[in-house]
Ligand binder design. Structure first.
Ligand SMILES: [Zn+2]
Length: 338
């Protein structure tokens, strides 16, 4: 059996704060004399029910972690370590999601907050060999006009390479707000050549996926697993080439499924959907990128050829240049041939 941590792959669903190493979180909290909630520092992955109260528990922990990120040094450290950790797991391309709004007050505004992330992404790419690109994500908890501001900011840094903005997302509780109200922000992003990568179809079902697809015209869906509950919708998503950023550990932690065995990975693949596995928030779910591939192998029974196909899909669904894509696909062939 081949080593999954050396399988070349792309990581398309990882949040900035959620990428933090637990040891880094502890360091930063100590430096600031802050106490962290016990549930955030214990060795148990988060488990909450998939309702509003569960989401609040998740959000409280996330906010507690984010509260220790108060400046440039911490921000650079998170990007750097995310790249190092991805490198150790065979990732060749990381598209990390960040909402600069939370960090802006500590570094003098939205623009410097994003520029710090981009600058460190560029440096970390050079040092680790993982291309680190950035997805700017708006939040459903804020006004849609804020999302437009972020989309305009993201557009100024649009590109495809390391240290550039490649996509525009929408995160936080899927139940918040009217999806159509974010259409304008996604239009601004698309005009700048950014791919739309909103969350959709994790906490809510097929109706939500339909809404997100219709209004936000995504190239990829954050999660999208619940599309499996409606075969026609799933076929439409697959035919439209909308890739699904599937994060099994996240689905279980957030109570969408009781067990990773219930994640409809095979149904998605059978329908021809492009699936890119991701870790989402390893800080809270205590499960990293390679762990998701391990689930696909050990729980869903994928053999190495099928796992290589998954890795290929992750690379094809990324926004990497044609040159990078070809190089990584060749490396995947070599992994499988070994
Ligand atoms: Zn996410």
């Amino acid at each position: 059996m081949r080593d999954l941590s050396t399988l070349p792959k792309a990581h398309l669903h990882l949040h900035f704060t959620g990428a933090m190493r637990p040891t880094t979180l502890a360091d930063l909290a100590r430096e600031q004399g802050r106490r962290l909630p016990e549930s955030l520092v214990d060795a148990d992955p988060l488990r909450v029910p998939a309702d509003q109260r569960g989401w609040f528990r998740f959000q409280r922990q996330y906010d507690a972690a984010r509260a220790v990120v108060r400046g440039e040094t911490a921000m650079r450290r998170i990007v750097r370590e995310a790249a190092e950790d991805d490198a150790a797991e065979g990732s060749r391309r990381l598209e990390i999601q960040v909402d600069p709004t939370s960090y802006a007050p500590f570094v003098g505004g939205l623009t410097p907050a994003l520029e710090i992330v981009l600058d460190e992404a560029r440096a970390a790419s050079r040092d680790t060999g993982v291309e680190v690109a950035v997805v700017v994500a708006a939040s459903r908890t804020r006004h849609p006009l804020d999302a437009r501001t972020l989309a305009r900011l993201a557009a100024r840094y649009a590109g495809e390479g390391p240290g550039e903005v490649v996509g525009f997302g929408l995160s936080n509780d899927e139940r918040r707000g009217e999806t159509s109200e974010w259409a304008a922000a996604f239009r601004i992003a698309r005009r700048a050549g950014l791919v739309g990568t909103p969350h959709g179809g994790e906490l809510l079902g097929p109706e939500h996926v339909r809404d997100v697809v219709a209004h936000l015209k995504p190239a990829r869906l954050g999660h999208g697993v619940r599309a499996a509950e409606d075969q026609r919708l799933l076929e439409m998503v697959a035919e439209a080439g909308i890739a699904l950023e599937v994060c099994p550990a996240s689905n279980v932690s957030l109570g969408v499924y009781h067990d990773v065995a219930e994640v409809p990975l095979l149904a998605l693949l059978d329908a021809g959907a492009q699936v890119a596995l991701g870790a989402d928030d390893p800080l809270l779910f205590l499960s990293r990128l390679t762990d998701q591939y391990r689930v696909a192998r050990e729980v869903h029974g994928l053999d190495d050829a099928a796992l290589a196909d998954l890795a290929r899909a992750s690379v094809r669904a990324s926004t990497a240049s044609a040159g990078t894509t070809q190089r990584v696909l060749t490396e995947i062939d070599a992994w499988l041939a070994a």
